[in-house]
Write a protein that binds this ligand. Structure first.
Ligand SMILES: Cc1cc2nc3c(=O)[nH]c(=O)nc-3n(C[C@H](O)[C@H](O)[C@H](O)COP(=O)(O)O)c2cc1C
Length: 154
């Protein structure tokens, strides 16, 4: 059975809730799903990951949540080749923060691309100003993502 790894960056649990809510959709699509709440780069590299979903909120001024900092820092420091990785990205943010809206998700996207990973489809940006429960936006996005990217197995 193929594996989907979901990497979570969260301060208050919203992004983890999204990960837990979309998990059954991927199980129904034929994946074994692993959620990483304290992700490390080794979780991505050992064994090498072919498909990942990142659920990452933004804190500070466009910054990564504390639990995600070691992961992002390790990519910066170790410069892994991520050419085998295809990924989706759900960014949580709040447009009232202006220029730093979804800053962590956007930085992560750039960082992954810089290291050769290929994003499938568009990044979802969930705006807390418009969407009270991030799941309301994330669930339909994940369903469409599975179909449009032909990720269904068996
Ligand atoms: C102290 C603080 C700083 C924040 N800074 C930003 C920011 O710079 N950009 C942004 O888009 N959202 C920002 N947010 C909004 C959060 O990203 C948003 O509420 C998100 O849904 C939180 O998700 P979480 O529950 O997974 O942590 C900030 C929230 C807090 C409390």
């Amino acid at each position: 059975m193929p594996t989907l790894k979901i990497f979570v960056g969260t301060m208050y649990g919203g992004a983890l809730d999204v990960a837990e809510q979309v998990k059954p959709l991927f199980e129904d699509a034929g994946y074994e799903v692993a959620i990483f709440e304290q992700p490390t780069l080794d979780d991505l590299l050992e064994p090498p990951t072919e498909l990942a979903l990142f659920c990452v909120s933004t804190t500070g001024s466009g910054d990564f949540p504390g639990n995600f900092v070691p992961f992002a820092r390790a990519i910066d420091e170790r410069h892994p080749s991520l050419t085998e990785l295809r990924y989706g990205l759900i960014a949580l943010g709040d447009s009232s923060y202006g220029d730093t809206f979804c800053g962590a998700g956007r930085s992560l996207d750039a960082l992954l691309e810089e290291h050769g990973a290929q994003r499938l489809g568009e990044r979802l940006e969930v705006d807390a100003m418009e969407t009270f429960m991030a799941d309301d936006a994330a669930l339909p996005w994940a369903e469409a993502w599975i179909d449009e990217q032909q990720l269904r197995h068996g």
